[in-house]
Every structure is written in structure tokens, then in C-alpha cells.
Design a protein around this ligand. Structure first.
Ligand code: SF4
Length: 610
């Protein structure tokens, strides 16, 4: 096999044992890598109903067949497990040199199972895996952990670690790498913490074998050059995703005061142009010439990174109009290993609860010191922080008073930074995303703004499915960043060429889309198997706030979602996906995708329609 190593590393922490396992070619051809591999491994190897924070859960690190070959934007790693935040399938990707090193060490994925007796870190170097006592590391931030590990190993080592939030099993703790690349929103850091696994260090000296090495080199160089010729390249290097603050403000989509509004009075203070004035450098993932992390000096005089999601969630959504303070909150969250999107949600929720006097504590919008203290309390599970550490769905159950209507999540995962009062397609994207309300699989709001906000028509459903296949299916399984294509317009024809050069396989987009559908259906089956008879269509519906409370200001004042028309769109979506009226894949759909075994297993939990 070219491209793929054909080997997984299975690590059992309870037994201090690591074994390399060969997998067959059909696995690679049917699921590609990354998200596809993780979904298949978790479906096959997890018993339904396991406690996500028990040794029975498995944590998967998975790369793609292009990882390590040097193609643009390919230095990423998927981390996946059953999510402690949602109870369903959870994953995320991290820009990290660990992805490259893992592949050079000879593995396409590492499956971590069991639980270490005491805190350890894992050192994987080529064919060896060492279980190292981490008592001197436990309690450190993710930044300090990586710094200390860097001093112990080669400079080229790739490291992923958790901060105190992961150790304390905060349900939205992430896995962090390279001071600010953080991933695994639905609590992948907590799963790592539950296994007493502080960090993984990867070192690989092997050479990946490509089907057409010369062509690969040329393609790689040509595609980097091509990225740089795109008209938006220079502006992207200046602002990365930060220009989206102004865009969202103009289009009433900037989450503000816990998604009550889509415009923020101080948006200009936290936007891309304000950032440019204080920017000191760019940071980014390995193997990328678009480096979209904007580094500034934060209000603590420390270097911190900014991008759209963290600025919207820790800025407008919680009432902060000071970029230095937003950056400091973001840095602290990364150090602690907290997901910034979920963090901005729980903070916004509790500020609103305080304003409405549903809790006794006074937590006001935009108060820096109090907010920073609360962020630390969440990571260390102190007082109110301990409630918020469980996520916004749980917090609303505790707070009561109808707060469930404005606890902004889908399936337990807090919503990313796009207000949907006037964006039905984006609302459907959140409703049907593979991990709960996340934007990455299908950022359709950009298209929706251009093609009409009001409609709930079929063309929006078709577009959504197209985006989900491409971004949530193909890119996540190749483990490639979507930005060159999505933001700069790098043509899709490049990707099958990359695959051909690396693997020797000529895959058409029709085949790639079918692989994407297989993975997305398998993930859906995973959710349904976990929830069994409790699975309902309501799990695909975003929070009541967007349906009940119209926007009170901005150009789209008075807008809100229409629940009947949303339901119409959702039913259309199900039909096009080959799912029944409950949103469950039909037997025929799973069979057509080559998964009759999944159909018969799922049928035992929820009788499937034909
Ligand atoms: S564009 Fe940004 S997110 Fe994508 S690979 Fe580059 S640095 Fe990472």
C-alpha cells in the first residue's frame, strides 16, 4: 500500500502495553483516514453505553493518507472518542507536528484504551512506545507541559497534551499543541484526563512511501505557489479569519450577549482592522503557508493568538470590547485546555442568568477580572465553575427558570460563533452536524447571505449536504484544512491529484463523496445506537431562543426562525440523506453504502425502516 502505512498502534494504559496492528486495504479505501478511521474504529470497538470517562472509552488519534507528505495545510490530526459532553460521537482536529511525526513513526492512527494507574505521558518513537511517569507534569498548563517535554526530546518531536481542565474532567476540555492549536471540542481533553494521560510525544524517523514521489514533490510545490496567487491571499495573511468579525456584524450574525443579538456596539474595537494595528506576528499549523493565527500582546503583556471564533465567543458574546482582554482570556483558556467556543457559551449563559437574577452570584457582562477568575474556576471545578464545567445543557438544568430556551447548544455541544436568528440554513447545519452544533462541517452562512436569508427551500438543503460531504466528510478524513479551498478558492481538482500522487489511487469526486456519506452515516448510526429509543428528531433542532425571540436591533431587527419551515427543511434533509422521519438512516441507505453489518446491528436498537 502506498500513502497509508497500513498500521495502527493500540496502546493499553491499564496494562502498559502497546501493540502495532496491521489493517487491511479495504479499511483504507472505504474510510480514507482521520474522521473516517476514527468513526469506524469507535463503531467497531466501543460497546454502546460505555461511560465516556471510564477506561472502556477509547481515544483515537488519526491522520490521513496525505499527512506527512508536505501538501499545503496537511499538518493536522483528528482526535476522537465517545464524548462526555454530548454522549454521542465526538472529534476535532488539531494543527500539530504530532500528526507528521506519528505518520513518520509508522502509524496512521493510535488507539488509546484503558486507564493508567497514575499520571503518565506516552512517548512513541518509531517502533517503541514508552510509558513515562508524569508526576512532575500533572497540574501544569498545556503550554508549560509542552515546553518541558520539548526540553527532554528532539526539537522535531510532535507533542499533544492537556491542561488542568482535561485533568479535572471539564466536559469541554480540549487537547492542545504548539501553544494555541487546540482541538476536540466535545471533551476529548477530558477523555485523555480520565485515562491519566497527560501528553503524547511522537517522534518518527521513517520515510513515508508515495506511489509517485516525483509527481508528489512537484504537485506540492505547485499547490503552495497556487495558494499564494489567489487574490485574497495577502489580505488573508493580514487578518486570517478575523475579518469575519466585521462581516458578521454587517450581516447580523455576530453572537452578542449570549446570542440575543447579531450585532455588537463595540464590534469595530474587536474586528480585523483593530487587530491589525496591534498585531506582532503570524502563527499557524505545520505545513501551511496561510498561517492564520494572529499574534498580539494581550492585556497581560503576553503573546496571545486571535481568530474569529475565539474573539466572537470571548468578545461580543460576553460583552468584551477590548481586544487585549479577549486575547488574554483566549490564552488562558488554551493554557488551561478549555474549548473557547463552549467557554464563551457557558460564560454568556451564566451572565444572562445573573442578569435575570436566576442565580445569587453577580457575574456581569464584560468584567475582565471576574471573568478570568471564573474561567479558572471552571478549569479547576470550583464553586459555580464546577456547574459550568459540565457544559451549558447541564447548567441550564441546574439554573432552571426557563433557561433551557437560551442554553445555546445542539445535542449538548455549544454553538459556534454564528447567530442564526436570520440564517435557517446555518441553523440546519448546526442541527445536523456530526458532533453537535459545530460550524466546521458546513459553514453555509457565507453562501446563505449571498443567496437569500429568508428562504427555507430545497436548494439550501442541497447546498448543506454538498458542504457536509466536502468539509465534514472528505477534508476531515484526509485531515486537511478547509481554508485554502473555502476561503481562497483553491480548486477542488487539486485534491484527487494529491491522493493519486500519494496513494496511486485515482478517486473521482463521486467516489470521495460516497466515502464521505459512508462516514457521516456511520457517525449518525453511532449517535442513534447510543441513544436508542431516546433518539428523537428534536435532537436536530437548535435552541428555542432563535425561534421565539426576534432580534431587537441591527439591520435584521425583528427576524427570527420559523419552526414549521425549519421542520420542513429538516424533513427534506432526512429524505435526501436516506433517513427516516426520526432522522435515522434507513436499512437500504446503509446497505447501499456497503454497511449491511451496521444496518443489522442498529436494527437491534431501533427498528430500522426499509
Ligand atoms: S489556514 Fe490556519 S487553520 Fe488552516 S492549516 Fe493554516 S494555520 Fe492551520
Amino acid at each position: 500500500m502506498f500513502g497509508w502505512n497500513g498500521t495502527f498502534l493500540r496502546v493499553n494504559l491499564s496494562r502498559n502495553k502497546a501493540v502495532a496492528e496491521a489493517y487491511d486495504t479495504s479499511f483504507a479505501f472505504n474510510f480514507l483516514g482521520g474522521r473516517g478511521f476514527a468513526a469506524k474504529i469507535l463503531w467497531d470497538q466501543l460497546k454502546p453505553g460505555v461511560d465516556p470517562l471510564s477506561p472502556e472509552n477509547k481515544l483515537v488519534f488519526a491522520a490521513g493518507p496525505l499527512t506527512g507528505f508536505g501538501f499545503p495545510n496537511s499538518g493536522k490530526l483528528v482526535v476522537a472518542a465517545k464524548s462526555p459532553l454530548t454522549g454521542g460521537y465526538g472529534d476535532g482536529n488539531i494543527g500539530t507536528n504530532a500528526a507528521v511525526q506519528m505518520r513518520k513513526a509508522g502509524y496512521d492512527a493510535v488507539i488509546v484504551e484503558g486507564k493508567a494507574e497514575k499520571p503518565i505521558f506516552l512517548h512513541v518513537k518509531d517502533k517503541t512506545a514508552e510509558f513515562v511517569d508524569a508526576k512532575d507534569f500533572w497540574g501544569l498548563t498545556s503550554f508549560d507541559t509542552e515546553k518541558m517535554l520539548k526540553a527532554l526530546y528532539e526539537k522535531s518531536a510532535g507533542i499533544v497534551s492537556i491542561g488542568p481542565a482535561g485533568e479535572n474532567l471539564v466536559k469541554f476540555a480540549t487537547v492542545v499543541s504548539q501553544e494555541g492549536r487546540s482541538g476536540g471540542r466535545p471533551g476529548m481533553g477530558a477523555v485523555m484526563g480520565s485515562k491519566n494521560l497527560k501528553a503524547v510525544v511522537f517522534e518518527g524517523t521513517g520515510v513515508l512511501s508515495a506511489a509517485h514521489p516525483n509527481e508528489l514533490k512537484e504537485l506540492s510545490a505547485a499547490s503552495y505557489r497556487e495558494v499564494m496567487t489567489k487574490p485574497n491571499y495577502t489580505f488573508w495573511k493580514r487578518q486570517g479569519t478575523m475579518s469575519t468579525i466585521e462581516w458578521s456584524q454587517e450581516n447580523s450574525a455576530l453572537p452578542t450577549y449570549n446570542y440575543r443579538e447579531g450585532v455588537f456596539d463595540e464590534a469595530a474595537e474587536i474586528g480585523g482592522f483593530a487587530m491589525e494595528k496591534i498585531k506582532v506576528s503570524n502563527r499557524g499549523c505545520p505545513q501551511c503557508n496561510m498561517t492564520c493565527g494572529n499574534v498580539i500582546k494581550d492585556s497581560d503583556r503576553k503573546q496571545a493568538e486571535l481568530d474569529y471564533e475565539n474573539v466572537a465567543m470571548l468578545g461580543s458574546n460576553v460583552g468584551f470590547g477590548n481586544l487585549g482582554q479577549v486575547a488574554a482570556l483566549n490564552r488562558v483558556a488554551d493554557e488551561l485546555g478549555l474549548d473557547t467556543i463552549s467557554l464563551g457559551n457557558v460564560l454568556g449563559f451564566i451572565m444572562e442568568a445573573s442578569e435575570k437574577k436566576l442565580i445569587k452570584e453577580k457575574i456581569s457582562w464584560g468584567k475582565f477580572k471576574d471573568t478570568r477568575a471564573l474561567v479558572n474556576d471552571i478549569a479547576y471545578r470550583r464553586g459555580l465553575g464546577s456547574v459550568l464545567a459540565e457544559g451549558v445543557r447541564f447548567a441550564a438544568e441546574k439554573v432552571g427558570g426557563g433557561s433551557g430556551d437560551w442554553a445555546m447548544h445542539v445535542k449538548g455541544l455549544e454553538i459556534s460563533a454564528y447567530d442564526c436568528h436570520a440564517a435557517p440554513a446555518m441553523a440546519l447545519s448546526y442541527g445536523t452536524s456530526s458532533i453537535g452544533a459545530h460550524h466546521k462541517d458546513a459553514w453555509i452562512i457565507g453562501w446563505e447571505v449571498e443567496h437569500g436569508r429568508e428562504g427555507y427551500g430545497e436548494e439550501k438543503v442541497d447546498k448543506l449536504i454538498e458542504y457536509q460531504r466536502l468539509r465534514g466528510g472528505v477534508f476531515e478524513s484526509l485531515v486537511l484544512c478547509r481554508f485554502p479551498h473555502a476561503m481562497l478558492g483553491l480548486e477542488l481538482e487539486w485534491y484527487p491529484k494529491f491522493l493519486y500522487a500519494a496513494t496511486g489511487m485515482e478517486l473521482s469526486w463521486a467516489t470521495l463523496n460516497q466515502i464521505a456519506d459512508r462516514t457521516l452515516n456511520l457517525i449518525r448510526a453511532f449517535w442513534v445506537r447510543e441513544f436508542g429509543r431516546n433518539w428523537t428528531k428534536a435532537m436536530d433542532v437548535p435552541p428555542a431562543r432563535w425561534f421565539k425571540e426576534p432580534l431587537r436591533k441591527g439591520p435584521l431587527k425583528g427576524s427570527k426562525l420559523d419552526s414549521e419551515r425549519y421542520d420542513y427543511m429538516l424533513r427534506k434533509y432526512y429524505r435526501k440523506r436516506g433517513w427516516d422521519e426520526r432522522g435515522i438512516p434507513k436499512k437500504g441507505t446503509l446497505q447501499k453504502l456497503g454497511m449491511p453489518d451496521v444496518a443489522s446491528q442498529l436494527d437491534r436498537y431501533v427498528a430500522l425502516s426499509a
